[in-house]
Design a protein around this ligand. Structure first.
Ligand SMILES: C=C(OP(=O)(O)O)C(=O)O
Ligand SMILES: [Mg+2]
Length: 401
């Protein structure tokens, strides 16, 4: 029933206006799945390779589609992803492109779910999944590679940890986003928006901490449940080997100073989450910070782990962190992403399912988060390609999908 009978690929627009790969998968019994690859701006050095979409499409048409059609079952995700790896033949999808691979992988999962008549989160997670929802981390202020002339820290993330439901959590983050705008207005700070819809004000990181702290506490008072916040420092983008440290405008922090700074911010603002506080090669610095504040907060590896089980295992061995960001396009297939989630869970690491800064209306990650019982999902706060995932979480909770 789920034998794949057709795969078609096309270029569509992503949220930055760049082309990306969309895949349609059809099965023998008429099952249909469609998915699109997202794309990063602050990409990790060790990510699977995204090819220019036209090249990725041409390579996948030649190498992968003939191995899938009439040969592989969309309902068997391991079989689909093994065929993609076999067609590619490298360990980083550099032949067919991780963008083609992940789009086909996710579209096949949706086609498999369609044949079964089950929502994607149930197909991926099994019948007992669906009653546990991730806390959404909502990007409310940001800069770095996502917005020039704004903060050095890439993302300030609202975390409605006390929200009684996913719907209230999603609306809480939108309320924090709106409150940030009011507070910036009061300070006469004009703010554009960055790639993910967060405010991108031309203020110092210290001022951004104050504004976000005030916004989460005002919103928590108004809504009556606990809202905290966290960061994605995307420190690989701040690290400059020549400067031998982390560059914040005119100031350079050594690794020890960076660890001290982050530890201080965790204590001062009671941060619940810090992603990529150090460079993507610095397992030791990560371990130092985790030893200092890992009991109080999540230290999450994004560029450090790139959803890759080998890099995650190195991190587990080094006690480098206590959580991992999961981005399916960083590794190129859903099976690989599941392997990283399983290894993380077995080792007591929290999992955070994540969007990319360049996104589409695709909602696969909302289903992936529910299917795998992830503690968190990072998928923005407002703006259509972000709300697509947030609204899908609300629908899943409502059992309306
Ligand atoms: C979402 C992120 O940004 P990008 O997609 O640009 O890597 C991130 O760094 O976590
Ligand atoms: Mg990140």
């Amino acid at each position: 029933m789920t034998l794949i009978t057709n795969v078609s690929l096309r270029r569509i627009l992503d949220s930055r206006g760049n082309p990306t790969v969309e895949a349609d998968v059809l099965t023998e019994s008429g099952g249909f799945g469609r998915a699109a690859a997202p794309s990063g701006a602050s990409t990790g050095e060790y990510e699977a390779i995204e090819l220019p979409p036209s090249e990725a499409i041409a390579a996948a048409r030649e190498g992968a589609i003939p191995r899938l059609v009439g040969a592989v079952h969309a309902g068997n995700q391991r079989e689909v992803d093994a065929a993609l790896h076999a067609a590619d033949g490298t360990d980083d999808f550099s032949e067919i492109g991780a963008n083609s691979a992940v789009a086909i992988s996710m579209a096949a999962a949706k086609a498999g779910a369609d044949v079964l008549g089950a929502p994607l989160y149930q197909h991926l997670g099994g019948t007992f999944r669906g009653d546990s929802f991730p806390t959404p981390l909502g990007n409310v202020v940001g800069g770095g590679e996502h917005a020039k002339e704004a903060t050095h820290i890439q993302e300030f993330l609202a975390a409605p940890v006390g929200a009684p439901s996913i719907s209230e959590a999603v609306f809480a983050n939108a309320a924090v986003h709106a409150r940030v705008s009011e507070l910036l207005d009061e300070r006469d700070v004009p703010a554009a928006k960055g790639d993910e819809g967060a405010w991108a004000p031309p203020i110092s990181d210290a001022d951004a901490f104050e504004v976000v702290d005030q916004a989460v506490s005002d919103t928590a008072d108004e809504l009556g449940f606990e809202i905290k916040f966290g960061l994605d420092m995307a420190a690989a983008e701040l690290y400059d080997a020549e400067a031998d440290g982390y560059v914040y405008g005119d100031e350079v922090k050594s690794t020890d100073e960076q660890v001290e700074y982050v530890a201080e911010m965790v204590r001062e603002y009671d941060l619940v989450y810090v992603e990529d506080p150090l460079d993507e090669d610095d397992y030791e610095g990560f371990a130092d910070l985790t030893a200092r504040v890992g009991e109080q907060t999540l230290i999450c590896g994004d560029d450090l782990f790139v959803t890759n089980v080998e890099r995650l295992q190195d991190g587990i061995d080094a006690d480098a962190a206590n959580s991992i960001l999961i981005k399916p396009n960083q590794i190129g297939s859903l099976s690989d992403a599941f392997d990283a989630i399983e290894l993380a869970t077995e080792n007591g690491y929290e999992t955070v399912i994540s969007h990319r800064s360049g996104e589409t209306e695709d909602t696969t990650i909302a289903h992936l988060a529910v299917a795998t019982d992830a503690g968190f999902i990072k998928t923005g706060t407002v703006q259509g390609e972000r709300t697509a995932k947030l609204n899908e979480l609300i629908r899943i909770a409502d059992d309306a999908v």
